[in-house]
Design a protein around this ligand. Structure first.
Ligand code: NAD
Length: 325
């Protein structure tokens, strides 16, 4: 399949994909500006370029020099809350950045591209969504990701194979215990992992009057190892079959904020102090993936589909992070 470029390869999900690609003896090139990524997540066997994807000239040189034949494009800003406050930053990074990647792919005859999109592109309150469900992003973040999708679809058409992967919520750490989530965004599982190590854990719930079973938001959490493996399987498949596709990536199971808190309390054997805050603008009420399409496309069977396992993996990683600080 030739050389594979991973943008955002020093980030949480990117570093897991890089690790799995290297296990399969692929040649991996990483481009990252380290804005939310970390050198310590970078695999030693990957060739690293400190580069911002907004820098088209530098990016193009990397494509030419490294004879890139496939791209896995993850580099982006991804905080829903921040996107509402800093829309321009999100437009420049996620839309113009993706435009640059698309241009480099076209210029340098790249064969395949995988794009990290998100469930945040869907209309809110649909509950269970398939890939044909209505797209109507509530947040600026979701909007910028949907613009990225459209750029890829209109530019590549039948010329470059692409897969748009709409991730639901990603959590957990690698089996090797070497890589996991470091940066503190506003993700629930990260916040709960940090809190679970404190003497008196505290956690904020943003809104408790949603129209859900326990009145808190519902999300579909997928283990990072499963999401990383999906990239390898999908890349092989689109390369072999010369196909392009959009796929939901989740487990098809909704977990509420309160259910997640309960599982963290159980595993850490601590009682969390819960603070109810105002709803955040841009947050969706509930969203769960219909995963029939991905199951069929790559004959996919999730390996880590258990809340207990994901929470265990999150807490273990946080302990290790604390220990090595
Ligand atoms: N984490 C989730 O639950 C989730 C859910 C849906 C979609 N996604 C998507 O997955 C991708 C990866 O997310 P993550 O959770 O690993 O976050 P992350 O912040 O750990 O990774 C993003 C990486 O991209 C790099 N980056 C950002 N802007 C860049 C730029 N302009 N130039 C070069 N590098 C840049 C960062 O330094 C970082 O290493 C993102 O595209 C995100 O939108 C994540």
């Amino acid at each position: 399949m030739g050389n594979i470029l991973v943008t955002g390869g020093a980030g949480y999900i990117g570093s897991h994909i890089v690790e799995q690609l290297l296990v399969m003896k692929k040649k991996v090139i990483v481009v990252d500006n380290l804005s939310t990524g970390y050198r310590k997540l970078l695999h030693k066997k990957a060739k690293f370029f400190l580069c911002d994807i907004k820098n088209l000239k530098k990016l193009n040189k990397i494509f030419i020099k490294n004879k890139i034949s496939s791209v896995i494009h993850l580099a982006a800003c991804l905080s829903v809350g921040e996107s509402q406050k800093k829309p321009k930053k999100y437009y420049l990074n996620n839309v113009l950045g993706t435009k640059n990647i698309v241009q480099c792919c076209k210029k340098n005859k790249v064969k395949n591209l995988i794009f990290s999109s998100t469930c945040a592109v869907y209309k809110d309150k649909l509950k269970l969504v398939n890939e044909n469900s209505k797209v109507q992003p509530k947040s600026i973040y979701g909007k910028t990701k949907f613009s990225g999708e459209k750029l890829i679809q209109t530019t590549f058409k039948n010329k470059i194979n692409y897969a748009i992967l709409r991730y639901f919520n990603v959590a957990g750490a690698s089996k090797s215990k070497k890589i996991g989530q470091i940066s503190r965004g506003d993700q629930l599982f990260k916040n709960l992992s940090i809190a679970s190590l404190k003497k008196n854990p505290k956690i904020n719930i943003y809104g408790n009057d949603y129209r859900t079973k326990d009145k808190t938001c519902i999300r579909d959490y997928i283990h990072v190892s499963d999401i990383a493996k999906i990239h390898i399987l999908v890349l092989n498949k689109i390369n072999k079959d010369k196909k392009s596709i959009t796929l939901n990536c989740g487990y098809g199971r909704g977990i509420s904020v309160l259910e997640a808190i309960k599982e963290f309390q159980k595993q850490s054997k601590k009682r969390f102090n819960i603070y109810i805050k105002k709803k955040r603008k841009g947050d969706m009420e509930q969203i769960v993936a219909n995963i029939s399409k991905i199951k069929k496309f790559i004959n996919w069977k999730p390996k880590k589909n258990s809340l207990n396992l994901i929470v265990k993996s999150c807490i273990n990683w946080e302990r290790k992070l604390n220990y090595t600080k």
